[in-house]
Design a protein around this ligand. Structure first.
Ligand SMILES: C[S@@+](CC[C@H](N)C(=O)[O-])C[C@H]1O[C@@H](n2cnc3c(N)ncnc32)[C@H](O)[C@@H]1O
Length: 368
C-alpha cells in the first residue's frame, strides 16, 4: 500500500520490507513522513574468540558480519549517518527509540544529541531470564538500554500516559521494564531448527513502545528490521510499518512472520486516554449554542445549592458570581470544585449533569 503526500504524489511504501542499506533507503524516502522510528542497530560487540558454556557447548553469540566495524570511529560514523537520515524522515512531532547494550548505547546517545534529537527518557529493559556470564569474570549482563528521543526540543511527541499506566495496573509506568528475552514459540527458527536471527527482540517490548508512543494509523519505520518484530507488532496494533533490512534471509523470515499476524479489531485498539488530551470546551459554548439558556437554573449534585446561568457563561448563586468551578467551590466552602461534574440541569423531570452536554460537543468535534 502506498500513501500519497500533500501534493497527491505517491509517497510511502507502507507495510513492506525494503532491501538495501538503511542509510541509502531512508535517504530515498520522503522527508517528514514517519511518526516513529524504532531502531535496533548493530551492537558492535567486538567479540574476541568463541564463547563456551561450562559443558563446553558453544554459545550462539552475535558474531555476524553485519555487527563488525573496524573501529569505534567507523561505528560512530555509521551511527551519525543513519541517525541523520532517520531524523530527516521524522515528522516534526515524531520520535525515535534506539535499543542497545553497553557496547554501543553510550556512543549512540551522544550521537543522538549531536544530531539534534532531544532525549526524553532512557528505559532499562531488565531481562527476567538473562544469559549467565559463563566465564564468571563479570556481572551477568541482564539488561539493555533504550533511548527515547523526540525529533527536537519542544516537539509535541506522542505519549499515551494513561494507556501505559493502565498496562501497569493503574500505576504510573516507570523507566525500568522487566520483560523476558525472546524464547519458546516466539523465537523464530530456520530449517535446521537453529535461531533464525541472533538478536530477535521480544514482542512484549515493542508492544509497550508502540502502545505508549504511537496511535493507530501511525507510520512506524524500523531501519534494522531483522526478523520484523517491529512490523509484526505494528500490524497487530493497527499501525503501518516500513522495514529496511539488508540481509535477504532475514527479510524472508520477517515476511513470512508478518503475513501470519492478524490485526486486533478496532475496538481492541482503543486505549485509555488522558482527560487532558480531550479538546477543551468552555462552559460559555453551551450557552452560545442554546444547550442551556441564560436564566436557566442549575442544581448542585447534592441538591443543596442552585445557581443561574448568565449570558456570558458565568453563574450567579446567592451572592456569588463566577465560573461554574468558582461558584461551586464558593458555595461548598471548598478550595476547588469541578463544575462540570458538580452542576446539573433539569430536562423532562430528569436531573442531568452538565458534563453530558460537554461530551456531546466533544463527540461532534471528533467526528469533524
Ligand atoms: C540487532 S538486529 C535487529 C533485530 C530485530 N530488532 C529483530 O527483532 O529481529 C540488526 C539488523 O540490522 C541489519 N543491518 C545491519 N546493518 C544494516 C544496514 N546498514 N542497513 C540495513 N540493515 C542493516 C542486520 O542484518 C540485522 O538483521
Amino acid at each position: 500500500m502506498t500513501r500519497t503526500n500533500a501534493k497527491g504524489a505517491p509517497a510511502l511504501p507502507l507495510n513492506t520490507i525494503l532491501s538495501g542499506d538503511c542509510i541509502e533507503v531512508m535517504n530515498s524516502l520522503p522527508e517528514a513522513s514517519v511518526d516513529l522510528i524504532f531502531a535496533d542497530p548493530p551492537y558492535n560487540l567486538q567479540l574476541k574468540g568463541q564463547l563456551h558454556r561450562p559443558d563446553n557447548s558453544q554459545v550462539d553469540a552475535v558474531d555476524d558480519h553485519w555487527d563488525q566495524f573496524d573501529s569505534f570511529a567507523a561505528y560512530d560514523q555509521f551511527t551519525k549517518a543513519w541517525l541523520k537520515a532517520a531524523r530527516r524522515l521524522l515528522k516534526p512531532n515524531g520520535a525515535i527509540w534506539v535499543i542497545g547494550s553497553y557496547h554501543n548505547i553510550f556512543r549512540v546517545g551522544a550521537s543522538l544529541q549531536n544530531e539534534g534529537y532531544w532525549i526524553l527518557n532512557d528505559v532499562v529493559w531488565r531481562k527476567s531470564n538473562p544469559m549467565p556470564n559463563f566465564r564468571g569474570k563479570r556481572l551477568t549482563n541482564a539488561h539493555e538500554t533504550m533511548i527515547w528521543a523526540s525529533k527536537s526540543e519542544g516537539a509535541k511527541y506522542t505519549f499515551n500516559y494513561e494507556a501505559l499506566k493502565a498496562l501497569n495496573e493503574g500505576v504510573q509506568m516507570r523507566s525500568d521494564w522487566v520483560l523476558p528475552i525472546c524464547t519458546g514459540h516466539e523465537r523464530l527458527k530456520d530449517e535446521n531448527g537453529d535461531k533464525a536471527h541472533p538478536t530477535q527482540k521480544p514482542e512484549s517490548l515493542l508492544h509497550r513502545v508502540l502502545v505508549g508512543s504511537t496511535n493507530p494509523g501511525d507510520v512506524v519505520l524500523d531501519p534494522f528490521f531483522g526478523t520484523g518484530t517491529t512490523g509484526a507488532v505494528a500490524k497487530m496494533l493497527g499501525r503501518d510499518f516500513i522495514g529496511i533490512e539488508r540481509e535477504e534471509a532475514y527479510r524472508k523470515v520477517a515476511e513470512k512472520r508478518i503475513s501470519r499476524v492478524r490485526k486486533f479489531d478496532r475496538e481492541a485498539l482503543q486505549v485509555s486516554t488522558s482527560k487532558r488530551a480531550e479538546p477543551r470546551v468552555p462552559f460559555g459554548q453551551l450557552v452560545e449554542r442554546g444547550m442551556l439558556r441564560p436564566g436557566e437554573e442549575l442544581f448542585s449534585m447534592n441538591n443543596r445549592y442552585k445557581a443561574k446561568v448568565r449570558a456570558d457563561g458565568t453563574l450567579i448563586g446567592g451572592e456569588v458570581k463566577g465560573s461554574i468551578h468558582q461558584v461551586g467551590a464558593a458555595l461548598e466552602g471548598a478550595p476547588s470544585c469541578n463544575g462540570w461534574t458538580y452542576w446539573c440541569f433539569k430536562r423532562d423531570g430528569q436531573t442531568v449533569p452538565i458534563d453530558v452536554l460537554r461530551q456531546q460537543i466533544r463527540s461532534e468535534m471528533r467526528q469533524n
